[in-house]
Design a protein around this ligand. Structure first.
Ligand code: PLP
Length: 427
């Protein structure tokens, strides 16, 4: 398989873009080799600049719940562009998308749009602090909430070291206002609230953590967070940037049956355009400027093209009974892939919820909290990844990342993955 055109672009890219990429995981560091430069996507497929076709299980890391270039979304975006791409003034699309999100997610009365998940989380934290007049934020090791300073602590696959930033350039002062707890550990959460509950502004969690593999939580654990935050006057924030409008119309909150005080969205609600949103009760959101004293703004926030993409995506999901179809697809994926994984000569398990699927190389039961993989597992994943890539399958290039299924996937695609996996595991 030729990768000449990708290699040439990567070479050029590395001269003018740090590491040759605009988001680190794209650089294939965890698996080695040349990142594929993608020319176009269609349905369940992406095509690289060397003309190779891959079945795509990355889906741009979450937004592409309908697959690549779905005609209703392309049409909506094209129509919107013709009318102008941004006005810096209110437009009807914002109202419509906000109404849809609020209708779908009972914990919210109001939302505000931003341009990324990072921005949504950053702004939610600010509002939570403004509303409680407290500063401590509690997060969980292995949960990723974007790259805002005070949350880049034990984030995603960054090693879970207590109270240490996951990134250079994050001042200690920020870290000192963040507490990091292990997932799946009631005792640790209880103890923190007993000690510092009165200072906690908010607890933020991915209710279905999907940035360090898929770490499915027990309902009891999330319930405890709901109880402790309520008892101590802190806010519970669900980061639904991945799970929102993916796991159910009402996100993970609906699936689990727990109502947070605030929630953040991104990915799916932008239908492939840069969109984030955050929301809460009218009372909490009243702290935002221009009503309140918590400042937050954005030149491109709520722009008509992005809003049109989001509306068309949610429309299509509703019209096509998207969430139950995604669940059936996930079940088919499981039925087809699991038996193949069981034949692997090393630990290889499937962890799945709805359209999120993780190939875990951890030995034993599916982990519920973040733990690093042994070095040999990481090497095995790299081999597996490249074996599949050579057979036309595009998996996330890291053993800690989940696969995203979309409505464009068919059982044939899973069958192709299964036979490629069989071939790769045999060598
Ligand atoms: C992707 C992600 C973010 C950040 O969103 P960006 O749009 O990449 O800034 C935040 N939280 C979670 C749970 C995510 O998966």
């Amino acid at each position: 398989m030729s990768e000449r055109a990708s290699a040439a672009l990567y070479e050029r890219a590395q001269r003018v873009i740090p590491g040759g990429v605009n988001s680190p995981v794209r650089a294939f560091r965890a698996v080695g080799g040349t990142p594929r430069f993608i020319e176009r996507g269609e349905g369940a497929y992406v095509f690289d600049v060397d003309g190779q076709r891959y079945i795509d299980f990355v889906g741009s890391w979450g937004p592409l719940i309908l697959g690549h270039a779905p005609p209703p979304v392309v049409q909506a975006v094209t129509d919107a562009c013709r009318k102008g791409m941004t006005f810096g003034a209110p437009c009807a699309g914002e109202v419509e998308l906000a109404e849809r999100i609020v209708r779908a997610y009972p914990a919210l009365e109001q939302v505000r749009f931003v341009s990324s998940g990072t921005e949504a989380v950053m702004s939610t934290i600010r509002v939570a602090r403004a509303a409680t007049r407290r500063s401590l934020i509690v997060k969980f090791a292995g949960c990723y909430h974007g790259h805002a300073d005070h949350l880049l602590v034990a984030a995603g696959s960054g090693l879970a070291t207590f109270g240490r930033p996951s990134s250079a350039g994050v001042p200690e002062a920020f870290v000192s206002a963040t507490r990091v707890l292990p997932l799946d550990d009631e005792a640790a959460a209880r103890e923190l609230f007993a000690r510092e509950g009165a200072a906690v502004a908010a607890v933020i969690i991915e209710p279905v953590p999907a940035n360090h593999g898929l770490l499915l939580q027990r309902r009891r654990f999330l319930e405890l967070l709901r109880e402790e935050t309520r008892r101590h006057g802190a806010l519970l924030l669900f980061d639904e940037v991945i799970s929102g409008f993916r796991l159910a119309r009402g996100g993970a909150a609906e699936k689990i049956g727990i109502r947070p005080d605030m929630a953040t969205f991104g990915k799916v609600i932008g239908g492939g355009m840069p969109v984030g949103a955050f929301g809460g009760s009218r009372e909490v959101m009243a702290h935002l400027a221009p009503q309140g004293d918590a400042y937050q703004a954005g030149t491109l926030s709520g722009n008509p093209v992005a809003m049109a993409a989001g509306i068309a995506t949610l429309d299509t999901l509703e019209r096509e009974d998207g969430w139950s179809r995604l669940e059936s697809l996930g079940a088919a994926f499981e039925r087809i892939i699991r038996p193949v994984l069981e034949q692997a000569p090393f630990p290889l398990h499937l962890v799945r919820l709805g359209s999120l699927a993780w190939l875990s190389l951890h030995a034993g039961d599916a982990p519920r909290s973040a733990s690093p993989l042994p070095a040999d597992a990481t090497q095995r994943f790299a081999k597996l990844f490249h074996g599949l890539l050579a057979r036309g399958i595009y998996l996330p290039p890291s053993p800690y990342e989940v696969c995203f299924l979309s409505l464009a996937h068919r059982e044939e695609h899973f069958a192709e993955l299964a036979s490629a996996l069989e071939a790769v595991l045999r060598v």
